[in-house]
Design a protein around this ligand. Structure first.
Ligand code: GTP
Length: 598
């Protein structure tokens, strides 16, 4: 009976179409949170998410809905991120559900990630409920969007519910539709326990908290469970659901979405995608789990204070538990000391990890410029994977360098096809196809080097199309390229952490831009600092940072100790995220200068 009254669904959408706001309204309408407790984007529980107004992590909550048929239904709602870097979070959420609410902005219409999400939902055989949101906007065009839903997605546009997550309009109708159209979970209560771990988090008191979807069987406190991948066994201390605060339950049964704690302290034992079973009555076959995610970009992470190296390792281990896509291994740099080479799904992901390490773990970090992984064929026939530019072999030892290429799908109104193609060409793209989606929109497909995409492609795409183009991409193999390593010398010392790879054609220009940028970023010191860019032994660009001798505080009247203290304090804080490289103090921003192409 409980199964018959359960509905598990995710909310998916292109970024900013209103998923989190819609989730807020649903929580409100179902009295899951009281008006008093209500705040915007309630499920975006990290400060970082609220500040940036984006969802980074999936979030699952249980709520109760009294339907028009008089029955009460249990909903498990999973809010998901919209940014392309976090697609992995979306696919994990979907695997825990029977339905997907697909939110489409009534003014923006169907965009690249709308379509990408549809494909993900179809892969999992989910029932898709289209929603046209923001119909309160004067620029809303629900009829046009309905037609797009038919033509581009292939769903019945008339089925779409029109909502305003802002005013709450249409949300009731959506809730009824969820009851009627999302299938109830099936799953055998008597079978051995099979639960999918779709997320996890480390809690200092409770140990690892596993977010699970119970597929078969039941689980309760006192049960012995086994994590099938690692083989580790534990006794369950508590099961429950988030509503949105953790709420203890006696039992979780097939079809439920909730959490399990079992005093798991060993982080290595738990892996997202693993199956939890009962240790005494185990299932013989684990669930399919998730496909391994390969990072798209790598960067070095170094503590500004070398003594914090072990703290950083511990922090990364804990974060990895909550972020299955994060990878890391120890690395040393002549310039920066001991740190870690970390793999990320994209630049936003990298940014988020750095900020989480700083906020949640109190780390003070230097991050080096991100790099893709190159496949280098050596003259002796061997292949070497290089994700750290400073480890690129000598030119004489290289036969060929292959770089990763993505298949980029750019959805754009007809009028902007020209600028989009121009941009793709400039970024060394190779044209694939162009598909007309309906009479106003096209999908332009290009194969573009990943390194060009991660630099500033997206910003350029947006500005070149007045914000109308949207992008989705996936890795598509490697191709040979004429690439060179450019080294940066500060005060005649090569700084390994500043080396980068560039296409030969752009090397001169990039070197010029970067030396100029570094000149602006690195503070003057009491001696002149030459900045040089070199390919091998050949200097291709140079500039100088002039010496600067005055102590800023010297000019302040000594009779004003307060001001002096404030200023010193300000200087001290400004020192954060600086690293002494040889004799030169280098701020964090310098390591990112490589990302700027103009
Ligand atoms: P990500 O999680 O970052 O992908 O974004 P999201 O899809 O969750 O979007 P979010 O709910 O954060 O909403 C994006 C913006 O649209 C916010 O500024 C919302 O206030 C606004 N918004 C959401 N729904 C509506 C709506 O129905 N009407 C209007 N006018 N604005 C809305």
């Amino acid at each position: 009976d409980r199964q018959q009254h359960t509905r598990n669904f995710s909310i998916v959408a292109h970024i900013d179409h209103g998923k989190s706001t819609l989730a807020d309204r649903i929580l409100e309408l179902t009295d899951t949170v009281s008006k008093r407790e209500m705040k915007n984007q309630l499920l975006d529980s990290m400060d970082l998410e609220r500040e940036r107004g984006i969802t980074i992590k999936l979030n699952a909550v249980e709520l109760h809905y009294q339907a028009k048929d008089g029955e009460t239904y249990i909903f498990h709602l999973i809010d998901t991120p919209g940014h392309v870097d976090f697609t992995y979070e979306v696919s994990r959420s979907l695997a825990a559900c029977e339905g997907a609410v697909l939110v489409v902005d009534a003014a923006q219409g169907v965009e690249a990630q709308t379509l990408a999400n549809v494909y993900l939902a179809l892969d999992d055989d989910l029932e898709i409920l289209p929603v046209i949101n923001k119909i309160d906007l004067p620029s809303a065009q629900p009829e046009v969007v309905k037609q797009e839903i038919e033509d581009v997605i292939g769903l019945d546009g008339d089925d779409a519910v029109c909502t305003s997550a802002k005013t709450g309009m249409g949300v009731d109708e959506l809730l009824e539709k969820i009851v009627q159209e999302v299938p109830a979970p099936s799953g055998d209560l008597e079978a051995p326990l099979k639960a999918l771990i779709f997320d996890s988090i480390y809690d200092d008191y409770r140990g690892v908290v596993l977010s699970v979807r119970v597929v078969d069987g039941t689980v309760k406190a006192g049960d012995r469970i086994k994590l099938m991948n690692s083989g580790a066994e534990y006794e369950v201390t508590e099961v429950g659901v988030n509503s949105p605060k953790p709420l203890k339950r006696d039992i979780l049964i097939a079809g439920d979405v909730g959490y399990i704690t079992a005093s798991i302290k060993d982080i290595q034992d738990t892996r997202v995608g693993d199956t939890v079973t009962n240790a005494d009555h185990p299932t013989d076959k684990p669930l399919a789990g998730y496909r391994e995610m390969n990072p798209m970009v790598y960067a070095g992470l170094y503590p500004t204070d070398n003594a914090k190296y072990n703290d950083l390792r511990e922090a990364l281990e804990k974060l990895q538990l909550n972020d299955a896509a994060l990878e890391f291994e120890p690395e040393t740099s002549q310039a920066l000391g001991f740190g870690f080479r970390c793999g990320f799904l994209g630049l936003l992901h990298m940014d988020v990890i750095q900020e989480r390490l700083e906020r949640e773990f109190n780390m003070d970090l230097i991050t080096t410029a991100p790099s893709v992984t190159y496949d280098v064929e050596l003259t002796n026939g061997e292949h070497k994977q290089v994700s750290n530019p400073s480890e690129m072999p000598e030119v004489s030892a290289i036969r060929e360098i292959n770089e990763p290429v993505v298949k980029a799908t750019i959805m754009v109104p007809n009028d902007y096809v020209g600028p989009v193609m121009e941009l793709c060409q400039r970024k060394r793209g190779v044209f694939d196809t162009m598909e007309y989606l309906d009479d106003s929109r096209v999908n332009v497909i290009y194969h573009i080097p990943l390194s060009e995409i991660i630099f500033d492609f997206f910003d350029k795409l947006k500005s070149g199309t007045r914000g109308y183009a949207s992008l989705d991409y996936e890795l598509d193999g490697y191709r040979p390229s004429d690439l060179v390593k450019i080294d940066i010398l500060l005060n005649s010392d090569k700084v390994d952490a500043l080396s980068f790879i560039s296409h030969r054609q752009f090397a001169q220009e990039r070197a010029r831009v970067i030396t100029r940028k570094l000149k602006d970023i690195i503070p003057r010191q009491n001696f002149e600092i030459p900045i040089q860019a070199a390919i091998g032994a050949k200097i291709i660009s140079r500039t100088n940072i002039k010496a600067y001798r005055k102590d800023v505080t010297a000019r302040i009247h000594t009779g004003d100790p307060d001001r002096r203290a404030k200023l010193l304090d300000k200087q001290k804080r400004g020192k954060k995220r600086m690293k002494a490289v040889g004799t030169v103090e280098v701020p964090q921003a310098a390591f990112m200068a490589v990302l700027k192409t103009d």
